[in-house]
Design a protein around this ligand. Structure first.
Ligand code: ADP
Ligand code: F6P
Length: 326
């Protein structure tokens, strides 16, 4: 054992994401191999406040590497914004002997982690959210799996929309972030991709022009991808129909994007990040996030990470504009 930490905890928080289980497995096994005890905290910060904690062993994480969701359950816990509950959570860590903690979630989860680090608990964050909206990391666990679910769903929509010569408007998740829309848009050959971060991407006139030009050149069906942060995709579908006369249908993919087995890419990153989080704790680090920057794993200070600004992948949007022209 190369640290004074004897017991660590692990929790998942915010929306679940495929690959979280692989990350939990990596944390548990890496820590046990260092001679640490591991406590699984159920339901994120909500469970920590209540002491919903149980010890984990090597076989607690057997046969979960390929499973979606999170065996530790997850939650959103608004109370945790209040100092009273942050004090209680830190006290709970002391009661269970937890002196190091790995939190798997997004920027909100890392804000909570900072509050625990302030209270003397060594905390390391791992980015886990399908949205890819963690400001300091190019990659978040679950993003690749979610994009693959969207691509699979759109290939089904393509069959029916082509058969009926319709326009399919597809709303995808991402909160205020357009990455799922951008990646799935280019991967499905979408005619247009609308994202919340960039006003140009939302120009209704441009979308209509692309659809009409493609129709004039003989393309009999269209796919428009709308990130949920853009807003009313049903209304947009109605307007497309009214303005173009093309029969249009709206599909909101919703929570199916969060389910299913993680892709190999998600499992690989989840395993590496879980392992690196334990390595960081073992070195005595706290208040840091394991991130991917320029394709490499790094660990960065949570304050610095939260202060970074995520820039949308407009290169994908620009390329798609060229490629989508029929
Ligand atoms: P994500 O971690 O994916 O960004 P949320 O924004 O829902 O998801 O945050 C997850 C949880 O993190 C919240 O329910 C809350 O318990 C905690 N959290 C979020 N923001 C803060 C904050 N400013 N201070 C303390 N805890 C926070
Ligand atoms: O953060 C993941 C996410 O799936 C977002 O894409 C979406 O906006 C939100 O969570 C949905 O939250 P809930 O599961 O609470 O409906």
């Amino acid at each position: 054992m190369d640290t004074s930490l004897s017991t660590i905890g692990v929790l998942t928080s915010g929306g679940d994401a495929p690959g979280m289980n692989a990350c939990i497995r990596a944390v548990v096994r890496s820590a046990l191999n260092k001679g640490m005890r591991v406590m699984g905290i159920h339901k994120g910060y909500a469970g920590l406040i209540k002491g919903d904690v149980s010890e984990m062993h090597a076989n607690s994480v057997a046969d979960i590497i390929h499973r979606g969701g999170t065996i530790l359950y997850t939650a959103r816990c608004p109370e945790f914004m209040q100092t009273e509950y942050q004090d209680r959570a830190a006290e709970m860590c002391r009661i269970f002997g937890i002196d190091g903690l790995v939190v798997i979630g997004g920027d909100g989860t890392f804000r909570g982690a900072e509050r625990l680090s302030d209270r003397g608990i060594n905390v390391i964050g791992v980015p886990g959210t399908i949205d890819a909206d963690v400001s300091c990391s190019e990659y978040t666990i679950g993003f690749d799996s979610a994009v693959n679910v969207v691509v699979e769903a759109i290939s089904r929509l393509r069959d029916t929309s082509a058969s009926h010569e319709r326009c399919s408007v597809v709303e995808v998740m991402g909160r205020n972030c357009g990455e799922i829309a951008l990646w799935s848009g280019i991967a499905t050959g979408a005619d247009a991709i609308m994202i919340p971060e960039d006003k140009d991407s939302q120009s209704f006139d441009q979308i209509i022009r692309v659809i009409m030009e493609n129709r004039a050149r003989g393309k009999n069906h269209n796919i428009v991808i709308v990130a949920e942060g853009v807003g009313n995709s049903q209304e947009l579908t109605k307007r497309v129909h009214e303005v173009t006369g093309i029969d249009s249908r709206c599909t909101i993919l919703g929570h199916i994007q969060r389910g299913g087995s993680p892709t190999a890419l998600d499992i690989k990153h989840a395993s590496m990040m879980g392992y690196l989080a334990v390595e960081a704790l073992a070195k005595g680090e706290t208040n840091r996030v394991i991130a991917v920057q320029k394709g490499a794993y790094v660990d960065i200070d949570i304050d610095e990470g939260l202060a970074m600004k995520k820039t949308p992948s407009m290169d994908i949007w620009k390329a798609n504009l060229q490629i989508s022209t029929y």
